[in-house]
Design a protein around this ligand. Structure first.
Ligand SMILES: *Cc1c(COP(=O)(O)O)cnc(C)c1O
Length: 421
């Protein structure tokens, strides 16, 4: 469910016609719905009602400060994976004790920043990282709260680039070695073990892999407690998938996911953290782009649009599908057309969709890519010296630019000539 619907023949974001936003900011642009962001956060929060819990939004999905502040004011914590994200969370007003720090390659500098500014916990992913954190915390006279990310060797049955819980993946510590590594954590100075962390992948469309992973986490909790560790917090990661097409079967609902969590680990009396990213932001954002040309090829028609792979890389990177709809609702009974929808970038990979059946459009029309709120703007680049596209946030009948398009001067002035030129 989202808040991008046709009204009076025009696609709206909540109560705002997309044509109004396009007239002000130009295309392409991203637009997010406050109501959808809050609704998705609340679904998770309610799914865990009755257990001590914190929903830590995985902000790598969409990390604009205005999005973070919207969620933080509703009570969300944040899952960060870099110093930059940590600083964003703090700048959006998130207190340190609601921030968890994930990631396989935290540097000493990143650890220092988080320890200095306040952190709920580090999710430690390896022994060398643990030794580094121990050294950094000790040197600062601090104690770092940690969980250890265990790799449960579960097949998340998702795209290979976003599966993280198999033994061949770079993430976490094999569950078979968990007791040994927790033993090391208890022995190293400057660390306090608070729990266990797991995250098996993204865009999961079944509950079975979560069930397998969380069952292993429950068993491990009992084992580690018997070893004398005070396991009082379980960070169960993110990964719940979203519907990218309106027609396909619906992925599991947060409510059922919450029930699964209670069933598998509820008896342990632990505080529960979850780290959803995609499900909160994915269907809360769309990318609107303008048709530059309709070009007839030999055996197909190309829609050449002003958005490109540098603005939304998911189709090129993950073979991802986005529903694509015209901003002006087609007249009823119009024969559909079939298009290859492509951007202007000089790569064949700059193709958003092939043989896509959709209502016919013309030069100058606007089309919208649905479900572009997560892993969209955050993965954008300036490839082909194309400016990062603006982000807009809608709230009811109001909208605001939350990141403006940079000027070409701003882009060019970041480069400098060496003294010999
Ligand atoms: C990416 C990531 C998430 C969020 O995954 P989604 O599929 O967006 O919910 C959560 N936790 C960790 C550690 C991650 O790397």
């Amino acid at each position: 469910m989202d808040h991008f619907l046709y009204r009076n023949g025009i696609l709206h974001a909540e109560d705002v016609p997309l044509l109004d936003i396009a007239a002000q900011v130009g295309t392409p642009f991203y637009v997010y719905s406050t109501a959808t962001l809050l609704r998705h956060y609340t679904l998770f929060d309610e799914a865990l009602e009755g257990t001590d819990h914190l929903v830590c939004y995985a902000m790598k999905a969409a990390s604009n400060l205005a999005i973070l502040k919207t969620l933080a004011e509703a009570g969300a914590g944040m899952d960060v994976v870099s110093e930059g994200e940590y600083r964003r969370a703090r700048a959006a007003g998130v207190p340190g004790d609601r921030i968890v720090f994930s990631g396989v390659g935290k540097t000493a500098q990143e650890m220092r920043t988080a320890l200095d500014g306040g952190i709920r916990q580090f999710n430690v992913e390896s022994e060398p990282e643990m030794r580094m954190l121990s050294a950094v915390a000790s040197e600062m006279g601090k104690t770092a709260p940690i969980t250890i990310r265990i790799n449960p060797d579960v097949d998340a049955k998702t795209h290979a680039k976003i599966a993280t819980g198999k033994s061949e993946n770079k993430f976490g510590i094999p569950i078979s070695r968990a007791r040994e590594v927790y033993g090391l954590a208890a022995y190293l100075p400057g660390l306090e073990v608070v729990g266990i962390d797991v995250h098996i992948g993204s865009q999961l469309t079944e509950l079975a892999p979560f069930e397998a992973a969380y069952t292993k986490v429950a068993e491990l909790t009992e084992t580690l407690r018997a070893d004398g560790h005070d396991i009082r917090r379980l960070d169960l990661g993110g990964g719940l998938g979203i519907p990218y097409t309106r027609s396909n079967e619906a992925p599991p609902l947060p409510m059922d996911y919450g029930a699964l969590i209670k069933r598998t680990v509820g008896h342990l009396g632990c505080e529960i953290e979850i780290e959803p990213g995609r499900l909160i932001a994915g269907n809360a954002g769309i990318m609107v782009t303008g048709v530059i040309y309709v070009k007839s090829g030999e055996d197909r028609t190309f829609l050449i649009v002003d958005g490109a792979m540098n603005d939304l890389i998911r189709p090129a990177m993950y073979e991802a599908h986005h529903d694509i709809v015209p901003v002006v609702e087609p007249a009823p009974g119009l024969e559909p057309a079939v298009y290859d929808i492509v951007g202007p970038v000089c790569e064949s990979g700059d193709t958003f969709a092939r043989h896509r059946t959709m209502p016919p459009v013309s030069d100058g029309d606007l089309i919208a890519f649905r479900s572009a709120g997560a892993y969209g703007a955050v993965m954008a680049s300036e490839y082909n010296t194309r400016a990062l596209i603006p982000e807009v946030l809608v709230n009811g009948d109001q909208f605001a630019v939350i990141r403006r398009r940079p000027t070409f001067d701003e882009m060019l002035n970041r480069d400098t000539f060496p003294p010999w030129l």
